[in-house]
Design a protein around this ligand. Structure first.
Ligand code: ZN
Length: 375
């Protein structure tokens, strides 16, 4: 029996896998950082053995509340991911599983590898209204990809969507697949109307280095990109530096920054209410967008989420806040769960890639609802 994670997005340390009854593991910290929670590994040659798998350092992970009512995802074919019963005793995350095949993968959430990212970019470039810009290079030497969608006629609105500043939040790039797929559908009347009115600037993966390295929250230097927006630097956070630079060139009329939350079992939006210049107009647009999204997709809700920042108390190093303050536009953070949804649970898959993609599609309905009021 073997445990391995030396592949795109993998993360685990095997302490002992000499017998199936006592497989002990630890999650590795993000490089140069104390963050950890993302795991993704393969167990091979364990067919028909009852494996007792224990992650010993789960209790000291970045968000221990994330393990409460959480279930591990598993897959044989790396395409179909299903949940398995999981226990957390406050220290150790454990699950019993009897693999039906010689190779099985376990992960925190269905992974979205860098190879899949490249597939997504290539697929989007089949569309004649899409072009690719490489904004710059990461510290590990990867391209920072920007998709520009639209006909670049002047005076159009400039709408931005970015995802995966936190690389372990793979649901954010699954969301991108749905969002981009519908936007480039060619036969969808909502997308057609949006593209008549706006150019879209989309960064499907803000943190390719962290994604490949199997990080939870940081880039290869151990920097949390979503705390870098006021003063990004080429030494620490080139990903934010280059995206911000391009935003200054295009202007921003709307921005959605897509994430996942470890602990809260709901989809929700965090607005920018706490920025110093938060306006009545921004408040109205935020409300309208959230209501439209709830109307478009029953997996989205308005009741649960983060407490709202008090006026002037927002952290402007957070991307959505900095963008709202700098451009005076509607700018939000969308959070999806790692767990199942509290309001619409699904036993086999929980919150899943298919549902992330549907939510991405639905966000275009919500943009359609606010687009004429954005500027
Ligand atoms: Zn995040």
């Amino acid at each position: 029996m073997k445990i391995s994670s030396s592949f795109d997005g993998g993360n685990i340390i095997c302490l002992d896998c000499s017998s199936p009854e006592n497989i002990t593991l630890e999650i590795e910290k993000d490089n140069n950082s104390d963050f950890f929670q993302w795991f993704f590994f393969r167990l091979s040659e364990g067919k028909d053995e009852t494996c007792n798998i224990r992650i010993l350092n789960a209790g000291s992970a970045s968000y221990p509340k994330g393990w409460e009512h959480y279930r591990v995802v598993a897959s044989y074919d790396r395409y179909d991911w299903f949940r398995i019963p999981t226990d957390f005793d406050g220290n150790v995350l454990s699950f019993l599983h009897r693999p039906e095949r010689d190779s099985v993968y376990y992960a925190y959430f269905p992974p979205y590898s860098i190879e899949m990212h490249h597939n997504l970019i290539s697929k989007c470039l089949n569309s004649t209204v899409t072009s690719l810009g490489v904004l710059g290079t990461t510290l590990d030497g990867r391209d920072i990809d920007l998709l520009r969608i639209g006909t670049s006629i002047k005076n159009k609105l400039n709408l931005w969507a970015i995802a995966r500043q936190h690389p372990g939040e793979t649901m954010a790039e699954w969301w991108m697949e749905g969002f981009l797929g519908r936007l480039l559908d060619g036969k969808d009347p909502i997308s057609e109307t949006l593209l008549e009115k706006a150019n879209f600037y989309v960064v499907p993966n803000m943190n390719p280095d962290g994604s490949f390295r199997g990080h939870l929250r940081t880039n290869s230097a151990g920097i949390n990109l979503n705390r870098e927006w006021q003063k990004p630097s080429l030494e620490r956070s080139p990903e934010v530096f280059y995206v911000r630079q391009r935003m200054e060139q295009t202007g921003v009329d709307f921005c959605l920054d897509v994430h996942g939350d470890e602990a809260i079992p709901y989809n929700f939006i965090a607005g920018s209410e706490g920025i110093p210049s938060f306006s009545e107009k921004q408040a109205k647009l935020l409300k309208k967008f959230k209501l439209a999204l709830r109307h478009a997709n029953s997996d989205f809700q308005l009741e649960e989420g983060y407490p709202q920042n008090r006026p002037g108390q927002a952290n402007l190093n957070i991307g959505a806040n900095w963008i709202a303050e700098r451009f005076g536009c509607l700018s939000m953070t969308l959070e999806q769960p790692f767990k199942d949804l509290g309001n619409e649970p699904l036993q086999r898959q929980g919150w899943s890639p298919a549902r992330c993609m549907e939510l991405g599609e639905s966000c275009l309905d919500a943009i359609y609802n606010v687009i004429d009021k954005l500027r």
